[in-house]
Design a protein around this ligand. Structure first.
Ligand SMILES: Cc1ncc(COP(=O)(O)O)c(C=O)c1O
Length: 447
């Protein structure tokens, strides 16, 4: 079906019709109830940063559950909440030391948007209500996060009820606009954002939200060198807050704890989730700069956002265990070091497959884009369901990948995301490379 989003099977939200039944997982492997074993090369949508069934994380969860599952935030603080806060503040770098813990990526983004609005209201600029986002970005499924997302298939049924947002073009080094050299793309894209701020009137703009490395909507697209720095400068100049959505690319996935560290840039607000709790528990966070915290604390006594499960004790205990292991085992250094090797090995493995147009990424976050024609970079007809076919071929080979569609213009485009655990042994990474090549050849005929 044209425009069908291969990463999203609605059946999986209902009865799971047609899907294998998950049974158990250990390390890089998942086993289904029929006894089949899969290498989990994408961690679902880039979630399982320590693989499955890590004994230390499981033990920490069990121990916390034995004590108490949750101390409600208006009644209690807790050791896990305080330790996770301290760990995340230290990992995120100076000044991003205020945070709201939530239950996932959409809530993290939703909180980030609300913190931005609250900040401007508190500073006496309540007309700063408008968000600017980028085309081909995904920020989540709650109404606010969806409103700033440009993912055609996921928005379509809700159009008309979404808060109005502005969109500037995507920033895609593989597909720069006609006449723009890759080296000029960062400046070009920054100029587009500035023009939109000017068009709206800076006094109406609350924040610019973007994924430093675009995940599900773009097929792992790092921004050009210098782009984030230019955006930072623009935001400062116009009083617009910079929100980095690092739900997929952050928490170490790209080899630095925050993806934007790579660019030497500190956002005003940063949404993280997925790898924060490693998939063991639903967990996310909106981190915000001390400068914002001072305003929110002084005027409103703190951020006016949160939920029943904000700072959930068990979830924080799991997050602490995951983050402790990442730090103790030097896994970010490992991801930074071995990511380039993994990507290069994959690129070499698929180099002779005509349908592979690009292999790209950062750290253990890798995208493979398919094209009908390498020279023109023309995508396949969406009706062919190319990435979905590759995903199915991979499953049949015992490999789990994350196929996505519509990455070119919302409808056309096929790509795969690979996001192995940070602690995946080298021989598993090698196997992922070989099996991915085999799956692509099986699905697309090798040419
Ligand atoms: C960049 C980004 N932001 C937000 C979200 C929403 O997160 P969740 O699905 O945990 O609500 C996602 C999910 O894939 C994402 O990739």
């Amino acid at each position: 079906m044209a425009g069908r989003d291969p990463s999203w099977n609605p059946a999986s939200d209902a009865a799971g019709a047609g899907l294998p039944r998950v049974a158990w997982g250990r390390g890089c492997h998942v086993h289904d109830a029929a006894g089949r074993r899969y290498i989990d090369a994408s961690g679902g949508p880039a979630v399982f940063c320590l693989g499955h069934g890590h004994p230390e994380v499981n033990a920490a969860i069990a121990a916390q559950l034995d004590r108490i599952a949750h101390g409600y935030r208006y009644t209690f603080t807790s050791d896990p909440l305080e330790e996770l806060t301290a760990r995340v503040a230290a990992a995120a770098g100076p000044d991003l030391d205020s945070m709201v813990f939530v239950s996932g990526g959409s809530e993290a983004v939703e909180s980030a948007l609300k913190i931005a609005l609250q900040y401007h209201s508190a500073r006496g600029e309540p007309n700063r209500r408008r968000f600017i986002a980028r085309r081909r970005s995904w920020h989540g499924n709650t109404l606010g996060a969806l409103a700033v997302s440009d993912f055609t298939a996921r928005r379509a049924p809700f159009e008309g009820a979404l808060v109005e947002a502005s969109f500037v073009p995507s920033v895609n080094l593989y597909r720069p606009p006609a006449g723009v050299a890759p080296a000029d793309l960062g400046a070009h894209a920054a100029a587009e954002l500035e023009a939109e701020i000017e068009r709206l009137g800076a006094e109406r703009v609350a924040a610019f939200i973007f994924e430093p490395v675009v995940g599900a909507a773009g097929g792992v697209l790092p921004a050009p060198e210098g782009y984030a720095r230019r955006i930072r400068d623009l935001c400062d100049r116009y009083g617009v807050l910079m929100i980095a959505d690092e739900v997929m690319c952050g928490a170490g996935r790209c080899g630095t704890w925050r993806a934007l560290e790579h660019d030497g840039v500190v956002p005003d607000i940063c949404a993280v989730a997925k790898g924060l709790g490693g998939g063991y528990v639903p967990l996310g966070a909106a981190l915000y700069h001390r400068r914002l915290a001072e305003v929110l604390d002084a005027v409103d006594g703190g951020p006016l956002t949160g939920h029943t499960f904000t700072g959930h004790t068990l979830a924080c205990a799991a997050g602490v265990a995951v983050q402790r292991i990442i730090e103790r085992d030097h896994l970010l250094e490992r991801v930074a070091r071995d990511g380039a090797t993994f990507r290069a090995a994959l690129a070499a493995e698929v180099a002779d497959i005509e349908a592979v147009g690009d292999v790209r990424g950062r750290g253990f976050f890798v995208g493979v884009e398919f094209v009908r024609d390498r020279a023109s970079r023309e995508p396949f007809d969406p009706a062919l369901g190319v990435s979905g076919r590759v995903g199915s071929a991979a499953n049949a080979l015992g490999l789990l990948l994350y196929p996505i569609g519509g990455n070119v213009d919302g409808t056309r485009g096929d790509a795969l995301i690979l996001a192995p655990p940070y602690n995946a042994p080298p021989e598993i990474l090698d196997e992922i490379v070989v099996l991915t090549g085999r799956a692509i050849r099986t699905a697309l005929g090798g040419a």
